[in-house]
Design a protein around this ligand. Structure first.
Ligand code: ZN
Length: 301
């Protein structure tokens, strides 16, 4: 796929339809040149690096499929949200935010992050906050903190172009992802709804389609409905008390067991736990002796 230019903004499609391990990048080709999430197309990014055409890297969040080629731009300044600066400064903090610090598959994770995705500790030059306005010349970007997928996850609004970069609130068929220790389902919903309030004509997502024009209201409802469907399946499975292990083995999120298992089981478990915590908070389920059980409405007197 070719790049798509919107004035000073250039959409760089990720390899493999922008699916993991790649994402789509957005390049700001202005007086100050910036790349959002350089993990799209290695040869395109290497060309930018050779031409010294990147002054600033902006990462929407700390996930490996968004930072994979940060290392090609060692002289660029790094801009990230203030809640996740620590994930870039310290590998252990990154693992901790993911929920992987004590993983029994630490060797596999280290190999993935350090070797395959080139994670390098790096101190951000700028840690921005919600509402901050970043100016690159003619191009202005407004930061919108949209936590949930991870804390510190950000979307970026270009008001003059009517373009909204939504990051991993990606409107994919898979639905929202919230598998890290610092992920949150309710925040994901709130963030998505907040993005609907932002005036835009063109929406850029980090994965798959990448460029969406027009009204996204229906797509957002379909996307958020995946959360409801997952929750419904969990409640159905709790027809009798079950352990977390049993629920994870049901593969409700990914629909079937995927390989490599350490990788997908981590995400399945992380997301199931977020659902169980939420269902407890909402009084839908209870827990006793390490098992989770359904509370029918007639019991809630
Ligand atoms: Zn992500």
């Amino acid at each position: 796929m070719e790049e798509t230019r919107f004035g000073n903004l250039v959409f760089i499609p990720g390899m493999g339809c922008g699916k993991y391990p790649f994402c789509n990048s957005l390049y700001i080709d202005d007086k100050k040149k910036a790349i959002i999430d350089p993990a799209s197309d290695e040869s395109y990014l290497r060309k930018l690096a050779r031409g010294k055409k990147v002054d600033i890297i902006i990462n929407s969040h700390y996930h490996e499929d968004h930072i994979a080629f940060n290392y090609l731009f060692p002289e660029a300044e790094l801009y990230v949200h203030e809640a996740i600066g620590t994930c870039f400064k310290s590998y252990n903090s990154f693992l901790d935010y993911c929920g992987l610090l004590d993983s029994k598959y630490r060797a596999e994770w280290d190999d993935l992050f350090l070797n395959r995705f080139h994670f390098e500790e790096r101190t951000p030059s700028v840690e921005f906050g919600d509402g901050d306005l970043l100016i690159f010349g003619d191009t202005k970007l407004r930061v919108i903190h949209t936590p949930g997928h991870t804390i510190g996850h950000c979307s970026f609004h270009f008001p003059d172009q009517g373009i909204l970069f939504m990051g991993d609130l990606d409107l994919s068929r898979f639905g929202p992802w919230y598998g890290d220790r610092v992920s949150d389902i309710d925040q994901t919903i709130q963030s998505m709804r907040r993005l609907l309030e932002i005036p835009a004509d063109i929406y850029i997502t980090s994965h798959e389609t990448g460029i969406i024009r027009g009204d996204i209201t229906e797509m957002v409802e379909t996307y958020l409905n995946v959360i409801t469907q997952r929750e419904k399946k969990i409640l159905e499975f709790l027809e009798r008390p079950r352990t977390v292990h049993e629920i994870v083995e049901r593969w409700i999120i990914f629909k079937r067991e995927l390989q490599p298992r350490y990788f997908f089981e981590f995400a399945e478990r992380g997301m199931i736990i977020k659902h169980l915590e939420r269902l407890i908070r909402n009084g839908n389920i209870g827990t006793e002796e390490g098992k989770f059980y359904f509370i029918s409405s007639s019991d809630k007197t």
